[in-house]
Design a binder for this molecule. Structure first.
Ligand code: NDP
Length: 596
């Protein structure tokens, strides 16, 4: 997929742009993000944790600690590990699931894996000495690695599992946060770090009649192996002879489809927008290479990967996989000249054309292949890389039900309906993704800061933060979040940087007698200007994209929505803002109250 060598006809680029426009417009829905529904009400059962034994009880915990950490996924675990490294051991982790892992605790669907190279995705490999078994780690290995991190940093003794925060309020006179939970714990702390996750609140498509379906239905993040049989790594034997439907063809479905295809009697894949599916190239870890790495190798490789996928074209491409090849040029860049603009369009077109040609060369039925071809720009949706997804459509038992961009029409008690045709299925899988909303909408609780004012109220006109980490009137509350915070292809790179930052802020406060810290209103506005300054190129590019969660379903946003933006530059650039702030001994942009 090297774009330079193809002499592309300008007409082909223009024709593709026109096709992109048609496909995009076909998909825009007036309801925008509200076309989806939560896993609540009638669908509460969909949200149940299927991985724990029911009936767990324990005594309520009443205690005081230095730090409460909300969330035991990679964000919360890295926060805790960084605190330990700095000698801060008085912390409590509150986690909804039955173990550490977050995303990797919940997502146990067959075929689940991380599409980012394991040597840059799995954090702290040099601390743990762990060697990933494969270039792209499978979900069970990542979950086990989370448990290993938990043991390595003695985090289990600090964790309260199967516990959710119910309320969190700042006690002005005591200068403490008071956190209460669903298990009647009351924990008082100097600081709280909210690491509540980003893509963790599952959503269902709001398809008419969805509540009438009488077969077995569930979201991919709550896989029911009791029904399907098998396990993440074994054939789902109970699906033999069954008719299965899957709604969605995003990054999750691309991983699930091949595994269900091999087990089910018939599989119907309901597609609204085809995925970008590039070459994967999975392989075992070369032990000799891994062991030959010099200290500091992982940090260097992580940064190199981020530079490559942000189009910074580092001198050497250390990871050298399809992610880095595809993202090598930032085609969302604001061009300096019309010639550069034309060049970026050509590169983008050639990358997508290569994907379309690859599909046509793998999928034998020409009509199916054409329907699987994506018609949008390379950075419009998260690209997927998989070597078994496309061949699955060559199987006799796999049927692509393309909805021509309209989505499933309705669901009856028997199954989905498309173009007036009902597809009765025994089991219906919703691979419909996760909600992307500002922090407070996803947490399940509403922190109350100074004067008892809730975050939803304080952020009534939109989020206000410094770095996405601290918010005025919420002293000593630190957030690991994409709301005004960073974002990246390798999300763990972002978590690594921001968790380190939060730990260093806490350490600095504890060591220098700072009892309260919060940003000034001016610093928050300055940060918002930084965020807005990064939006320009991506905004223009996104406007021509097919809708999806990365562009808020192409719904016209107001200022409140705009204020929830993430930092659109690279994780490294974002981290440099944090580093510069920490290195400024004047504590710029914050108000502090000293102890005593
Ligand atoms: P997505 O939001 O990417 O996909 C949801 C799918 O459901 C889309 O194909 C969407 O179509 C489809 N859909 C929604 N409504 C309807 C409808 N009414 N009828 C038919 N289809 C419908 O969710 P995923 O869970 O696939 O992925 C979410 C994110 O999770 C990824 O982008 C990635 O960031 C992360 N992820 C990462 C992985 C990794 O390896 N690192 C693996 C898996 C997920 P449409 O596109 O038209 O909206």
């Amino acid at each position: 997929m090297t774009p330079e060598n193809a002499a592309t006809d300008d007409n082909a680029v223009e024709a593709a742009k026109e096709r992109y426009r048609v496909e995009r417009e076909k998909r825009i829905r007036a309801e925008g993000k509200s076309q989806y529904s939560e896993l609540s009400g009638k669908f509460e059962e969909f949200n149940r944790d299927p991985y724990v034994e029911p009936g767990f009880t324990r005594d309520a915990q009443v205690e005081e600690v230095d730090v409460v950490i909300v969330g035991g996924g990679f964000g919360g675990m890295l926060e805790a590990a960084n605190l330990r490294k700095l000698g801060i051991n008085s912390f409590r982790i509150i986690e909804k699931g039955g173990d550490f892992g977050g995303t990797w605790y919940w997502n146990r669907y067959p075929g689940a894996m991380c599409d980012v190279e394991s040597y840059v995705y799995l954090p702290m490999l040099e601390d743990t000495g762990y060697m990933p078994t494969k270039k792209y780690a499978q979900a069970p290995e990542i979950f086990a690695y989370c448990q290993l991190l938990g043991r390595r940093f003695d985090l289990y003794e600090n964790a309260l599992f199967q516990t959710e925060v119910e309320d969190m309020a700042w006690d002005e006179s005591a200068e403490r946060w008071v956190t209460s939970t669903t298990r009647n714990d009351v924990i008082t702390s100097k600081f709280v770090v909210i690491a509540g996750g980003v893509l963790h609140k599952a959503k269902l498509p709001g398809i008419p009649g969805i509540e009438n379906y009488e077969g077995r239905g569930f979201h991919t993040s709550r896989w029911d192996y009791d029904y399907t049989g098998g396990s993440p790594s074994e054939l789902m034997d109970k699906l033999a002879g069954k008719r299965v439907g899957i709604i969605g063809t995003g990054a999750t479905a691309v991983q699930v489809v091949p595994r269900v295809a091999e087990a089910a009697g018939e599989l119907f894949v309901f597609q609204r927008t085809p995925a970008f599916v590039g070459y994967r190239g999975q392989g075992p870890t070369d032990e000799e290479w891994f062991k030959s790495q010099k200290p500091g190798w992982q940090d260097e490789r992580i940064k190199n990967f981020t530079r490559a996928v942000c189009g910074e074209q580092p001198n050497e491409n250390l990871v050298g996989d399809e992610w880095t090849t595809v993202m090598w040029t930032d085609t969302t860049k604001v061009p300096d000249s019309p010639e550069e603009g034309a060049d970026l369009e050509r590169i983008d077109f050639e990358l997508m054309e290569a994907v379309r040609n690859r599909i046509a060369s793998i999928v034998t039925d020409a009509d199916t292949a054409a329907k699987l071809q994506p018609w949008y720009g390379v950075r419009c949706k998260r690209p997927c890389f998989h070597d078994e997804y496309l061949p699955a459509f060559n199987r006799e038992n796999v049927h692509l039900i393309d909805t021509n961009g309209q989505g499933v029409e309705r669901i009856t008690k028997n199954g989905p309906v498309v173009d007036g045709v009902e597809y009765p299925v025994d089991m219906l899988i919703y691979a419909s993704g996760f909600e992307v909303a500002p922090t407070y909408d996803r947490l399940g609780f509403d922190p109350k800061g100074r004067g008892g004012v809730a975050m939803t109220e304080s952020w009534g006109e939109g989020p206000h933060t410094m770095h996405g980490v601290m918010s005025r009137d919420f002293p000593n509350l630190l957030m690991i979040s994409t709301t005004q915070g960073g974002f990246g292809t390798n999300f763990v790179h972002y978590l690594t940087e921001v968790s380190k930052h939060c730990a260093l802020v806490i350490k600095m406060c504890l060591d220098s007698g700072i009892a309260e810290i919060e940003p000034t209103a001016g610093a928050e506005e300055d940060w918002f200007m930084v965020l807005m300054g990064k939006v320009a190129g991506v905004g223009a590019y996104n406007a021509a994209c097919t809708p999806g969660y990365l562009n808020a379903e192409q719904q016209a946003g107001d200022m409140k929505a705009a204020r929830a933006a993430s930092f659109m530059g690279s994780v490294e650039e974002y981290a440099n803002h944090l580093i510069r702030w920490r290195e400024n001994v004047e504590l710029a942009g914050v108000d502090v109250v000293r102890v005593g």
